[in-house]
Write a protein that binds this ligand. Sequence first.
Ligand SMILES: *[C@@H]1O[C@H](CO)[C@@H](O)[C@H](O)[C@H]1NC(C)=O
Length: 319
Amino acid sequence: MFILSALLSMVCVFGAANAWEPKCDSAGFQIIPKPDCSGYYLCVFGKPVPMPNCPPGSIFSNSANVCVPENSIYNDCKDDNSDRPIIPDLGPLTIEEQCQINSNALIPHPTECQAYYNCSMVYKYIPRYFEQHLMECPYPEYFNAETKQCEHFENVKCGIRQAFVNGCDYKRYRCPFSNCIPCHVRMPSCEGKEDGINVYESRLWSPYYVICYKGRFVSSGVCKGDSKGRTQFFHPDKNQCVPLDEIPREHGGEMPDCVGKKDGNYPYDFGGCDSFAVCKDGQFLNAVHCNAGEVFDTFVGKCELKEKACGPCGGLINC
Ligand SMILES: *[C@@H]1O[C@H](CO)[C@@H](O)[C@H](O)[C@H]1NC(C)=O
């Protein structure tokens, strides 16, 4: 289209400054012919920008909005009077047009708060889900339309732009190819979760948990070993790291199995003579740790000094 090529060729010298100044509407984009038909002004959001004159031998046509040969039927300059109304608004400028006017422009995305167009950034290959000049703030930042930079989400007013809370709604974290680790695994959702430590849905019954703030995923963490250095898992109901003997066996834990057992004290299946399991009503109630020097005696069902204890843990042979 002519206007684009005219914009592209804007490197040139403009004619001597004219006393005449067009009146621009404040919105969008307008073309206002010069009264002598030598060229036109482009109004950009209320600001008149002089465009190069038509090439020699041609004249700007007010009805067609292009330069036409001076002595052709398209030359409508003579019929024109200088207070002729303005050529209709051609609508808002496209991103490409805005970038041609200002090649360093930073333009907020119209509907997504984390996205913006950076005219000085030109993709050779446009990444999947993106378009030319489109960039995104790192999660969970948003693009501040006033300061024209990415900022902490609590400091940005998104207005009508949608403010994504979930990192996987940012295009940059979506899987660019088919066998990538799904985004919700790499960047779990914190939507609707309390601030602080929470269950890692895609890594249930593992040492992993997530840390959330205002519905945003902040980081993931791994349960440390307990005071005895034993592995701990994150318990989703207790919302904390617990030793494996508090994790049910069907979830990879070592919780004593009390199903079908009479009420009483039982040795641990997974090693450990220094404690025993208390079963009640077929359920594991709790673990009891023996005092120093004591072990669990399976015959009496309580802790005894090792040399006086019977059973696999005790020192006595004949019980
Ligand atoms: C815009 O792109 C340029 C060139 O790639 C880069 O130097 C600049 O940091 C970018 N600005 C923003 C806000 O992304």
